[in-house]
Design a protein around this ligand. Sequence first.
Ligand code: UD1
Ligand code: CA
Length: 448
Amino acid sequence: MPATLNVVVLAAGEGKRLKGRLPKVLSPIWGRPAVAWPVEAACELGPERVIVVAGQHLERVREALGAALPEAPLEFALQQDPRGTAHAVLAARDQLVGLTGRLLILNGDGPLIHAELLDALLATHTQAGAAVSLLSVSLDDPTGYGRIVRAADGGVDAIVEQKDASDEQRAIREVNAGAYLVELPAALELLDRIGSDNASGEQYLTDLVGLARAAGHGVAALHWPCAEDALGFNDQAELARVRAVLRRRIVAAHMDAGVEVVEPETTYIDAQVTIAPGARILPCTMIEGRVDIAAGCEVGPFSHLRDGTVLERGAEIGNFVETKKTRVGPGSKAKHLTYLGDAQIGAKANIGCGTITANYDGRHKHTTTIGDGAFIGSGTVLVAPSTVEAGATTGAGAIVKRSSVVGRGETWVGVPARPLAPAPRAAAGADEQEHEGPSGPGGGDDGD
Ligand code: UD1
Ligand code: CA
């Protein structure tokens, strides 16, 4: 039976070098806080317990992870007054005491780590029968990372942080990636011995390596060929770089599953988005939050789908259309310059160019309902809450007032929109026409 695996993810650092408005580990990356990425990778190994160490923002970290990974059974440990990565692991001491087996320790700011790599680290650890195993990569520019100092026999002697490294050590390109396996309970004793006699005055987790060697324990290192997987982020430029890598990975996964992404380089898809095979995503499109796109849909170019959008089979969303908390029924189309917020749209409706659901009255959001086969004329404003029933039509430029119900099959035109009167008799109606504004229902859009 394989040894038990437990996990600690370090997420208590302030991230001062980011100079951002959020704690570093909450930096958003494709719809999730940064720390959710390594936490998810660790969870894929099926660990017994996963403990996230957080600092003064613990409640925010708990909340953000709960929203991003609702299924993950996470525990939290508070690191009061963070004083380094070893100090962070020890913040989870109460939860770790009494555990046996392997403990995987991950930096919370390495969002590119993945389960396949962690599996390989476990295999290295097991084969070597090591007390401590670490992950290393070789970087062209190793600035900022801990350097791996190798002994004459090729084994890892120590990890030396940038600030503490000699010129000679700084020339080393092999660096510590921030993922470790240790054995419990032995590791707790080693951790207790870590001091803070270094340039930062912090308790470095990386000192575990030297201490283990000195105690005669085996230290193993997995040198991973894909350096990108180990990238962390300490400043905004590095954050942008890891975002770019993850963006490409998300888009590639959708393409592997059979989604047609016409221009991957300009397609932005959040982690939670689901897209059925056979859907088509055109260039310069952003799909954010929890969005569900069915087969046969076409999105873009230049579309912005936001949280809570559901596109049912064959729906089409075109350029400069923004959707939020909106269901677009099968075969319905909104192809140009439109905002659909808090809208429920049935099947085969046509939403004309420039349609706006005015969903927000300054205090509350309200729903707009559009029935099957409805035809919304160009430039219609639907002030929510309001309803356009099945088969109904609005004229170009119609302003459908709040609480209106455009009845089944009716045509409403004008400002404010009213049911189109039966064809006026020759003499009557000049006044009426004025109120109705644009004549008749014209100016819709056939969706092409
Ligand atoms: C760390 C490693 C370095 C490695 C690099 C890889 C140490 C001493 N150095 O450096 O060898 O090359 O990661 O990216 O570990 N954290 C806490 N509490 C603290 C301090 C940090 O929870 O008191 C967390 C941070 O939130 C972060 C992680 O630990 O997620 C790493 O801390 P960071 O300060 O970014 O370490 P680096 O300087 O990048
Ligand atoms: Ca870091």
